[in-house]
Design a protein around this ligand. Structure first.
Ligand SMILES: CC(C)(COP(=O)(O)OP(=O)(O)OC[C@H]1O[C@@H](n2cnc3c(N)ncnc32)[C@H](O)[C@@H]1OP(=O)(O)O)[C@@H](O)C(=O)NCCC(=O)NCCSC(=O)/C=C/c1ccc(O)cc1
Length: 401
């Protein structure tokens, strides 16, 4: 065989392995634990379970932050009874990693599988048709990983090709979706299940004195949840069953320069300790236009065209959404889906962006506007990392949960 024959055969093999069209979101599912705490009652609830009622100054600060957070309620896996039985979870003097990991080992995959089960039901094909699985969580670190337990709970095929992302934090969902797009486009016929789940039990703790703003900022903003998405290319292969919701046209990742110190954390014997800096919203604001412009330029979309796009921005906090909205000069309706998710659930870290996509498709369905339009998904997490994905709403199957 000549060198040119080999090259041509190689080319044919590569082409046969790859999908023809772009990857699409084919189904979305979400889930939350049962315990719901209203944000206007959260300071009372938290200081009671943390045995910290004596820190009155800090409690009124948490109350103030809760009031301005744009959040109305959040869901939690942990209960007051569970915390009563495990004083180590709130008492800073006691090691708590083993207890946290033991609870998370089952609760995280179960919540992820609850969301994934809804996505599979909407998708309409058997769970055994899933070829790839990407699971993301910052709530735990187990061997084998949460991905294996999710696969088992859902009855996925033993040949499913798995990838586990631990501690990707707030951009865990958008990173998993970027990987799913690459997997679907590079493996003809692939159907990738993305499942993300987070439980705040991983960092629940009592404040360390009346000046401990770092602890209460985390307690003020985050909630528990799971989001799942099925991604695949060439949906016409199974006409009538699969209908795309969003085409995934391009994905980029940018690290904001000199921002490594702004969102740092560690996993230790007291669980995850994470400290977002007060600078985070302003740094995101100062850099977001360039990140978006770099992603949209190859599609011929300049700043002036952005008002026609739909926006799925990770609601990391109210100040982050305010900064993105102002800097990109977006009208108030553009971030309505992100603000709605923040109001109803808080920041659920990685899964949150899946809830925002779900909310956008619901709004498109109700108002029949922008159903075929282009949009941008923005994941924002430690790094500071900005994940940008350009989407096209296809007007496919828009269902309610
Ligand atoms: C709603 C906020 C919290 C409050 O807004 P505000 O009430 O209008 O006013 P301020 O911004 O002035 O803040 C009120 C008070 O809170 C304080 N504060 C304000 N951010 C802070 C602050 N990061 N620190 C510690 N004090 C503060 C601020 O200094 C001030 O204190 P004081 O002057 O004494 O009243 C707003 O600032 C806001 O949305 N901030 C952005 C929140 C934020 O950084 N979100 C990203 C979360 S971190 C993340 O993405 C990582 C996730 C993760 C996931 C999984 C993992 O395992 C690990 C990580």
């Amino acid at each position: 065989m000549t060198a040119s024959c080999v090259a041509s055969a190689t080319q044919q093999i590569r082409e046969a392995q790859r999908a023809d069209g772009p990857a699409s979101v084919l189904a979305i599912g979400t889930a939350n634990p049962a315990i719901c705490v209203r944000q206007d009652e959260y300071a009372d609830y938290y200081f009671r379970l943390a045995n910290a009622e004596h820190l009155t100054k800090l409690k009124s600060k948490l109350n103030r932050i809760c009031q301005s957070s744009g959040i109305e309620k959040r869901y939690f896996h942990h209960t007051e009874e569970m915390l009563g039985g495990h004083p180590e979870l709130t008492d800073r003097k006691l090691p708590s990693l083993d207890t946290r990991m033991r609870i998370l080992a089952t609760a995280v995959p179960e919540l992820a599988a609850a969301a994934a089960g809804k996505a599979i039901a909407e998708w309409g094909r058997p769970a055994t048709d899933i070829t790839h699985l990407v699971v993301s969580t910052s709530s735990g670190a187990h061997v084998p990983g949460a991905d294996l337990r999710v696969a088992s709970l859902l009855g996925l095929a033993p040949t499913v090709r798995r990838a586990m992302l631990y501690l990707s934090a707030c951009n865990g969902g958008s990173t998993a979706l970027r990987l799913a797009k690459d997997m679907a486009e590079n493996n003809r016929g692939a159907r990738v299940l993305v499942a993300c789940a987070e439980l705040t039990l991983v960092w629940l703790r009592a404040p360390d004195g009346d000046a401990d703003s770092d602890t209460i900022i985390m307690q003020a903003l985050f909630g528990d949840g799971a989001g799942a998405v099925i991604v695949g290319a060439d949906p016409e292969l199974v006409q009538g069953v699969e209908r795309p919701i969003f085409e995934m046209l391009g994905a980029w990742e940018t690290v904001i320069p000199e921002s490594e110190h702004v969102a740092t954390g560690r996993l230790g014997e007291d669980g995850v300790v994470f400290r977002p800096s007060v600078e985070l919203p302003s740094l995101v604001r100062a850099n977001i236009e360039r990140c978006v412009a770099d992603a949209l330029a190859p599609l011929g979309l300049s700043g002036g065209d952005w008002k026609d796009l739909f926006w799925a921005v990770h609601p990391g906090g109210r100040a982050i959404l305010d900064g993105v909205e102002a800097e990109l000069r977006l009208g108030p309706e553009k971030l309505a889906a992100s603000r709605h998710v923040l109001t109803e659930y808080g920041n659920m870290s990685g899964p949150t962006v899946v809830f925002v996509l779900d909310e956008i498709r619901r709004r498109h369905d109700e108002h029949a506007e922008g159903r075929h339009g282009l949009g941008v998904m923005l994941g924002i997490g430690p790094g500071i990392t900005v994940e940008t994905m350009v989407l096209r709403a296809t007007g496919g199957k828009f269902t309610t949960k």
